[in-house]
Design a protein around this ligand. Structure first.
Ligand SMILES: [Zn+2]
Length: 330
């Protein structure tokens, strides 16, 4: 008898959540959108579908829906639904100290947790826990609509890469980002680090190297001649200013709330570790040091070590969503 009750409970819960739809033979995306009462474009975008006529039976589709946790929790997540590769802001009820999601433990400042949604998170449902009251819910994640690019590397150069040095450099970079701290060091939306912005490779672009799949682009590449000035997009403290193996001349800034930003392949660095910088301060010049095929700026932003779309920080929405954490700051 007990087993049956569990069975019904499980089915009941599955129906209540239901934001994942498995495509049946003969179904069209148009029909599915109509069934769930969501716009066709929203359904396509949520699943990274470019051609709405190209779906296959058995494909799992995320249906953009309203949050499924009880209103009484007082939890809000923006943007809703969260997008892979973009930061999501959790406004949590009182007593919550940490948000556990995507294998991350995100501390709460005031009532806000700034959560990075990893760029390789497949669209779908992910469990989360609000630690303290230990409330368990599920988070819907939709596709970021990222493109693809193939990078040609000379096999010789690739063979010469020292894997141990690469690993050590990554560890150093994460250390330079520093521990999570509750204060928000910056004011307002970030500026871009260059005067003239031309993105040559977007964040999140799926990459293959010589035709072999190889992850995604963890930053944005900005076009610029050697010697073009690079400015701090937001106030922070210099966590690292040094020459690295892969990233060449590198500057890393700490901005608080677990956020750090990196500026790589510079020809010259003009700040020192430990120094405070303001928005718009000169930090270095574009170059092609380290493993770089030409002069450009690779700009990277991490939250708790997880790469996230830098452009999100230049938008006013994110700044407004963080308001309560700012109020609690110094
Ligand atoms: Zn890059």
């Amino acid at each position: 008898m007990k087993r049956f009750i569990w069975l019904f409970l499980t089915i009941g819960l599955a129906l209540a959540a239901a934001p994942v739809h498995v495509v049946q033979p003969g179904e069209t995306l148009y029909r599915i959108a109509e069934t769930y009462g969501v716009p066709l474009e929203a359904l396509a975008a949520a699943n990274g579908i470019e051609d709405v006529n190209l779906i296959r039976a058995g494909q799992r589709l995320v249906v953009p829906s309203d949050p499924s946790w009880p209103e009484g929790w007082g939890l809000s997540v923006t943007p809703w639904p969260p997008v892979q590769g973009e930061p999501a802001v959790f406004r949590v009820p009182e007593g919550v100290g940490t948000v556990q999601v995507f294998n991350l433990k995100v501390p709460v400042a005031s009532d806000v947790a700034l959560v990075p949604v990893p760029a390789d998170t497949n669209p779908g449902l992910y469990p989360f826990v609000l630690k303290g009251p230990d409330l368990k819910g599920e988070l819907l994640v939709v596709a970021g609509g990222y493109g693809h690019e193939n990078i040609m590397l000379s096999e010789e150069k690739n063979a010469l890469l020292d894997r141990e040095k690469i690993r050590a450099e990554k560890a150093r970079l994460l250390e330079a980002c520093g521990p999570w701290t509750p204060e928000v060091r910056w004011q307002g939306p970030w500026r871009w680090p260059l005067e003239q912005v031309e993105v040559t490779s977007e964040f999140g672009t799926r990459r293959s190297y010589n035709g072999r799949p190889g992850g995604w682009h963890g930053g944005v590449d900005l076009r610029g001649k050697e010697g073009t000035p690079v400015y701090a997009p937001a106030a922070g403290v210099v966590g690292l200013s040094d020459e690295l193996y892969v990233r060449g001349n590198a500057v890393i800034l700490r901005h608080g709330l677990g956020v750090c930003s990196g500026y790589y392949h510079l020809s010259q660095r003009v700040v020192e570790s430990g120094q405070t910088v303001e928005r718009g301060d000169l930090i270095g010049y574009i170059g092609m040091t380290g493993l770089s095929t030409g002069p450009h700026l690779h700009w990277e932003v991490r939250i708790l070590g997880q790469t996230t779309d830098p452009a999100a920080f230049t938008r006013s929405e994110l700044w407004h969503r963080l308001a309560p954490a700012r109020a609690a700051g110094p």
